[in-house]
Design a protein around this ligand. Structure first.
Ligand SMILES: NCc1[nH]cc(CCC(=O)O)c1CC(=O)O
Length: 349
């Protein structure tokens, strides 16, 4: 019997649910036992606003440190929380089948966004969500909130807020989709790049764990999030930037893999710039090129002027995808990634 694999996880209910899900899938696929190891991160112990402590990257750093020190063999993150900069020594060993990437509304009295009267107070800590809600023009007031999923839901049940906006995937993993009053169409609210996907990481030099984790990889999900995050990286925008993106995979008339990539850059004053591209998406190079192309289109249309936090983006972005840094680490060379499976539209229900 080999020793159990050690999976580093944050202690929050969502992190534990995600880690438990990956642990069970890994045991089912490989027969190896997996043990969860709780890691406390700075983001878990401070009450400062996320934007002040450097964004969601703070959650990721502590898990990666534990991985690099050899205290754990793998770590599971919400992929949308990963910084776009590559992490030396860390491999993205698997992107499991993505959950529904959309945002949802949890509102009082079963209301939808359009039914909430002007002046309604909607809670979110995300500049991307805040800006897109403002851009819809319903006259809602966006209130900055933070805290875990239960805390946010509590603001609505207590009557303190009229609604909150959350990722559907997080609620699904917690078994709480019963509280959803509207699943928001990406035409109204584009999700964060990578939303709904998990990232399973191991050390670059740990070929044994990488080979086991490859069993969990869903190549179509990996390509979709790679296109979305290539766009984010080319805009030089971090995970708290007002940028939404969604890649949907399908086939062209000749049966070749292609992707429809949409993105929005929003300003806090309620302007939003939306563009989309469709192009081949059969390989990581294709996915990167698609993201870079849409980023260049957005910049040409004035994205940097609209959202000045996209620092100096206009001067450095190039149409050449190899010119931008890799927004997702490559799979370890030892991991065999199967061909693109059937491309589902189904999980977006
Ligand atoms: N920002 C925190 C965060 N990171 C990942 C999720 C949900 C799960 C996911 O998107 O994969 C959430 C909560 C939320 O945005 O509602």
């Amino acid at each position: 019997m080999s020793a159990p694999l050690l999976l580093g996880t944050r202690r929050s209910a969502l992190a534990t649910a995600q880690s438990g899900h990956v642990a069970a899938a890994l045991t089912a696929a490989t027969g190896r036992e997996v043990e969860l190891v709780e890691i406390t991160t700075y983001g878990d112990v401070t009450r400062a606003a996320l934007a002040q402590i450097g964004g969601t990257g703070v959650f990721v750093g502590a898990l990666r440190d534990a991985l690099l020190r050899g205290e754990v063999d793998l770590a599971v993150h919400s992929l949308k929380d990963l910084p776009t900069a590559p992490a030396p020594g860390i491999a993205l060993a698997a992107v499991p089948l993505r959950e529904d990437p959309r945002d949802v509304l949890v509102a009082r009295d079963g209301l939808t966004l359009a039914e909430l009267p002007p002046g309604s107070r909607i809670g979110t800590g995300s500049p991307r969500r805040a800006a897109q809600i403002a851009a819809l023009g319903h006259g809602h007031e966006v209130v900055a909130v933070r805290g875990n999923v239960d805390t946010r839901l509590g603001f609505v049940s207590s009557g303190e807020l009229d609604a909150v906006v959350l990722a559907r995937a997080g609620l699904a993993r917690l078994g709480r989709t019963d509280v959803v009053t509207e699943t928001l169409d990406p035409l109204q609210l584009l999700p964060a790049p990578g939303q709904g996907a998990l990232a399973v990481e191991c050390r670059t030099d740990d070929a044994e764990t990488a080979a086991l984790l490859a069993a969990l990889d869903d190549p179509a999900s990996r390509l979709a999030v790679l296109a979305e995050r290539s766009l984010l990286a080319a805009l030089e925008a971090g995970c708290s930037a007002p940028v939404g993106a969604l890649a949907e995979l399908g086939e062209d008339d000749e049966g070749r893999a292609e992707a429809y990539l949409r993105a929005v850059v929003a300003s806090s004053s309620g302007d939003a710039l939306r563009l989309s591209v469709t192009g081949p998406c059969a390989s990581p190079a294709d996915a990167r090129a698609l993201g870079a192309r849409l980023a260049a289109d957005l910049l040409e249309a004035g994205a940097a002027e609209l959202a000045p936090s996209l620092a100096a983006a206009g001067t450095t972005t190039s149409l050449d995808p190899s010119a931008s840094s890799s927004p997702l680490p490559d799979a370890p060379a030892s991991a065999h990634l199967p061909d693109l499976g059937p491309l589902t539209g189904e999980r977006v229900t």
